[in-house]
Design a protein around this ligand. Structure first.
Ligand code: ASP
Length: 329
């Protein structure tokens, strides 16, 4: 449904997927609610300020807790954006999403949408029925960023609590604070205040139109398992995961390290193995790799390394080429 904008003909498409922003629970309370309850139309309807920014068109892809988002949903969102971005009247896109896996959907779209138009994800930490719900402000600011010319060509963005993050760096860093979405040591690239958008940094890693991944020919993605290393971690988990996956990501300790027992098994694995870290900040470089047959994740978290590896495996099996993709995206 398209509504008339008061001051502008710009159109912003709000693609709703559920999450806490669409959650409803006991009046005032912040826990024990049901995520993915309000529809896109209801979210827009309770936020009249949006129509001062743009004509809003909605698309409800699903209405779930974001832990239930699937590859099928990702492909549908990416294809919807690639199709609707061709409409010259569309200025940009907002995706409302649960915060648990928001960073994963954002990074997947950063690698698969083929447009310069802003694609902006947002969500909330408090359900719509809580005291001081953060959803309406986050949605308003996300629509402002999606309607702005300043954010074209920056790749997929996330807007949360007045800050603008790149999809590549954004992460959830708290289980419940309203500032839970941040970007570790590299921080935000911009801010929003009373609807005005301010951008201070331009990402250097490639994204969107430069990425070689084509969702129009994909029905599913290769399987990648993430194995988390900790003291006494059982190397048999690696053997099991390798048997049932197309690639592995190791969430290593420190700069991607693990035990001698892990090393002995990883050295023998034939499938692509990417080394990331269970530490949020910092980087894994090739010189850090304990096993020669592995790929360094740069500064991608394990969950983002898994997304890039899944997409990489749709175009190559070659480890050098996979490393090149990790160095570039
Ligand atoms: N469990 C919720 C979700 O990810 C949390 C949130 O949206 O903040 O859907």
């Amino acid at each position: 449904m398209v509504r008339r904008a008061a001051h502008s003909k710009k159109k912003v498409i709000v693609i709703a997927t559920g999450g806490t922003i669409a959650g409803v629970g006991d009046p005032g309370k912040t826990a024990g609610y049901k995520p993915g309850t309000l529809t896109a139309e209801e979210l827009i309807g309770e936020n009249p300020l949006l129509e001062e920014v743009a004509a809003i068109d909605t698309d409800q892809i699903c209405n779930v807790n974001s832990d239930d988002i699937s590859t099928k949903d990702w492909l549908e969102i990416a294809r919807t954006i690639n199709q609707r971005a061709k409409d010259p009247e569309v200025a940009g896109f907002v995706i409302t999403h649960g915060t648990d896996t928001l960073e994963e959907t954002a990074y997947f779209l950063n690698l698969t949408v083929k447009t310069d138009k802003p694609v902006v994800l947002t969500g909330s930490m408090r359900p719509s029925s809580s005291v001081s719900a953060d959803g309406p402000m986050n949605l308003y600011e996300a629509v402002c960023v999606a309607a702005s010319k300043k954010t074209r060509g920056l790749g997929v963005l996330v807007v949360f609590s007045d800050r603008i993050f790149t999809a590549r760096m954004v992460m959830k860093t708290s289980t419940y604070h309203v500032t839970a979405i941040s970007a570790g040591e590299l921080g935000a690239i911009g801010m929003v205040r009373d609807g005005q958008v301010f951008i201070y940094e331009n990402p250097t890693k490639r994204h969107t139109k430069d990425a070689p991944f084509d969702v129009s020919v994909l029905n599913d993605l290769p399987k990648v398992a993430i194995i988390y290393f900790s003291v006494d971690a059982d190397p048999d988990l690696l053997v099991y995961a390798a048997k049932h996956s197309d690639g592995l990501v190791i969430a290593g300790a420190g700069a991607g390290e693990f035990s001698v027992a892990f090393k002995k098994v990883i050295e023998k694995l034939k499938l692509p193995v990417v080394i990331s870290s269970r530490i949020d900040d910092g980087i894994i470089i090739k010189e850090n790799l304990l096993c020669k047959n592995t790929v360094a994740s740069d500064n991608l978290s394990p969950q983002k390394a898994a997304i890039l590896l899944r997409l990489a495996l749709t175009v190559t099996q070659n480890k050098r080429e996979i490393q090149r993709l990790f160095d570039t995206f």
